[in-house]
Design a protein around this ligand. Structure first.
Ligand SMILES: Nc1ncnc2c1ncn2[C@@H]1O[C@H](COP(=O)(O)OP(=O)(O)O)[C@@H](O)[C@H]1O
Ligand SMILES: [Mg+2]
Length: 256
């Protein structure tokens, strides 16, 4: 059991609103962890704080870097720095280059990966090496047959796979997925669940996801964190969380 991500009293205020209100959690590398909660609970804001898109108004975020050394404090660092250290967030669809093939999208992700910025040395990297790295990720998400297909011509489910592949393309320690099954039909949803489970087993990457579909959440999660009004109201196994009175109230719209 290794902690890969840790928040302590994490807080973000917007005017008078406490969107994330003193959240302290440790994410374990052995778990697929889901973050759930009603609309407006603070899930997206929490992700934005973890990934550096928003600065917290209080508290800290710590991340275990790729080399497995001690957790380091990344509070207030830029998304680029945090990504370089090993936390990646599945891009939204509009970050996929629609006019490019699957493999070219992945090659670009590899080029722009951490140290390998667009300097002369990276440009000089052999084409074959880049393609090979891209193909490894394409295989992970089972898109081998579509690697030359333009992303604009992919089904919705396959585009979401490209997003996951792009997130994996930077060899992350932690991947944050924001509603990975949104807009998917039942078959696509099942495939995405299998995919996350497979990659979780095959790699050292730790997955954290937000998800609307409770069936998916219960299926895929080892651990569930529940946010309500910015506060962490439950943290446990799916069984524990489903039996939790505060969770039932939050989902039934109770006034508690
Ligand atoms: N940039 C912002 N400025 C002001 N309020 C915001 C901002 N982002 C989110 N909020 C508010 O913070 C609360 C949490 O939002 P959000 O994190 O998007 O919740 P969720 O993702 O769980 O639906 C909501 O009340 C939302 O209106
Ligand atoms: Mg949200």
């Amino acid at each position: 059991m290794t902690t890969v991500l840790e928040t302590d009293g994490l807080e973000r205020q917007f005017g008078k609103l406490m969107a994330v209100d003193g959240v302290s959690v440790s994410i374990d590398s052995d778990d697929v962890t889901s973050i759930i909660g009603p609309n407006g609970a603070g899930k997206t804001t929490f992700y934005n704080l973890l990934s550096g898109r928003l600065d917290p108004t209080g508290g800290t975020v710590k991340l275990r870097p790729r080399d497995g050394a001690d957790l380091i404090d990344v509070t207030g660092q830029t998304p680029y720095e945090i990504n370089r250290l090993g936390l990646s967030r599945a891009f939204q669809i509009n970050n996929v280059f629609e006019g490019l093939s699957v493999i070219d999208n992945l090659r670009i992700a590899r080029i722009s990966q951490n140290e390998r910025s667009l300097d002369l040395r990276s440009i000089a990297r052999s084409d074959a090496e880049l393609s090979e790295e891209a193909r490894e990720v394409i295989e992970m998400v089972n898109l081998e047959d579509l690697e030359q297909t333009k992303c604009a011509n992919l089904s919705h489910g396959d585009k979401r796979k490209v997003e996951v592949a792009l997130a994996l393309g930077t060899d992350p320690t932690v991947v944050l997925l924001d509603e990975p099954t949104a807009g998917m039909n039942a078959t696509e949803t099942d495939r995405m669940v299998d995919l996350v489970e497979d990659i979780n087993e095959q790699t050292d990457t730790t997955f954290v996801l937000t998800e609307h579909d409770m069936g998916v959440v219960l299926d895929i999660s080892d651990r569930i964190l529940v946010l309500d009004n910015g506060s962490l109201i439950a943290d446990g196994t799916p069984d524990e969380v489903m039996a939790n009175e505060r969770v039932k109230e939050a989902y039934l719209g109770g006034e508690a």
